[in-house]
Design a protein around this ligand. Structure first.
Ligand code: COA
Length: 332
């Protein structure tokens, strides 16, 4: 059996910066409210002509360069997003075309904010068994074209931003004792409607109607309180699960990379678990919640900042719509 290791990290965010002050012009909100409740100062939005495929393409170029690899070295593309470019086919197929590597498999996965860790777990199984050797794992999100710029949607709209990030995964012999040590995946569909988009839906006849548009049911809806409280609880549980499974103490972990949902969630978990905030890496201040892109974007920037070194123990954890939650422990 092989071990899965990270060969290269890359990210891309669109150049258009949207501050909290900019949002004040479109809805009843304030910079102070947003910063106090979430830690977010600004986020990035795509402009026409730029989408998940273009952003992921740019992020892939950065990761390939850092890994010293060519796109032809990749033998599988796994792409996590909750904002696919089209209902079908999956966005991974469009990215594969842009990258110019026909024939290799291209798989889309959902799982929202937990998508990257679900994708990492899927990739890990293929690499461990030797079926694939180098996997491009993508997390990418365009929220800005599907959120409501009006007071009705303010609770959700202020949170989300656009961006893409990738990790190139490869194989190491097990004897190296490095790489992905374990992944832990969970879901609880009883809470599926606490954070969701109702329409367009294949249950609706037809899938999209004028009424859907008028009532705003094509925008995300969220039970913010429930998400917050459950996230804090599940983050704690799933981090403990990863530590216990590997018989590792939290003090031994060099860096915790949380899904960037809300800085207050990270602070609450750290307070409860007695993890110093200095052991976390956060960039939600600049990007908001970029959902499937958030963990690989944080990983890529943490690595750039010298916060991840060879042999460091890194814990990834995520919680999001579904509800879904997950963790991974990596010896870098
Ligand atoms: N600006 C100003 N006021 C806002 C607002 C905004 N952007 N969004 C909501 N409000 C208002 C609410 O309408 C409410 O007003 P009311 O008391 O008159 O009804 C008031 O602020 C308080 O709302 P509440 O929901 O109690 O605030 P909160 O302290 O729970 O914070 C969230 C709201 C959304 C920041 C918080 O619940 C949260 O972060 N939840 C988790 C969200 C998340 O991480 N989602 C992604 C998961 S992956």
């Amino acid at each position: 059996m092989n071990r899965t290791t990270f060969l290269g990290l890359g990210h891309y965010v669109p150049p258009k910066v949207v501050t909290n002050k900019d949002l004040e012009k479109t809805m009843d909100t304030t910079d102070e409210w947003i910063q106090q409740r979430t830690g977010i100062c600004e986020r990035r939005y795509v402009e026409e002509g730029m989408g998940n495929v273009e952003m992921s393409y740019e992020a892939t170029q950065m990761a390939l360069q850092r890994a010293g690899l060519k796109i032809q070295d990749i033998d599988f593309i796994i792409l996590a997003t909750l904002s696919p470019e089209y209902t079908f086919p999956g966005t991974a197929c469009f990215l594969q075309d842009k990258l110019g590597v026909p024939n290799i498999p291209a798989l889309d996965i959902r799982q929202q904010c937990t998508g990257f860790i679900y994708g990492l777990s899927v990739a890990d199984q293929f690499i461990k068994t030797g079926m694939y050797k180098r996997i491009l794992l993508v997390g990418t999100e365009v929220h800005s074209t599907g959120i409501e710029f009006a007071t009705r949607g303010r609770d959700v709209t202020v949170l989300f931003g656009d961006g893409a990030a990738v990790s190139i995964l490869g194989a190491l012999p097990e004897s190296e004792k490095r790489g992905v040590l374990s992944t832990h995946l969970h879901a609880d569909g009883r809470f599926a409607k606490d954070l969701w988009i109702e329409n367009p839906s294949s249950r609706s006849h037809p899938r999209i109607t004028h009424q859907h548009i008028e009532e705003g049911s094509w925008y995300p809806k969220m039970n913010g309180r429930s998400v917050f409280v459950t996230a804090v609880k599940k983050f704690e549980e799933v981090i403990d699960e990863a530590l216990d499974h590997n018989k590792v103490k939290k003090e031994e972990v060099n860096l915790f990379v949380f899904h960037q949902a809300n800085l207050r969630i990270v602070q609450s978990v750290c307070e409860k678990m007695e993890i110093p905030m200095e052991k976390t890496f956060n960039n939600i201040q600049k990007y908001g919640n970029t959902t499937a892109a958030s963990i690989p974007l944080a990983l890529s920037e943490a690595w750039e900042a010298g916060r991840i070194k060879k042999n460091d123990l890194v814990c990834l954890c995520a919680f999001g719509s579904g509800y879904t939650w997950a963790s991974a422990l990596i010896r870098w």
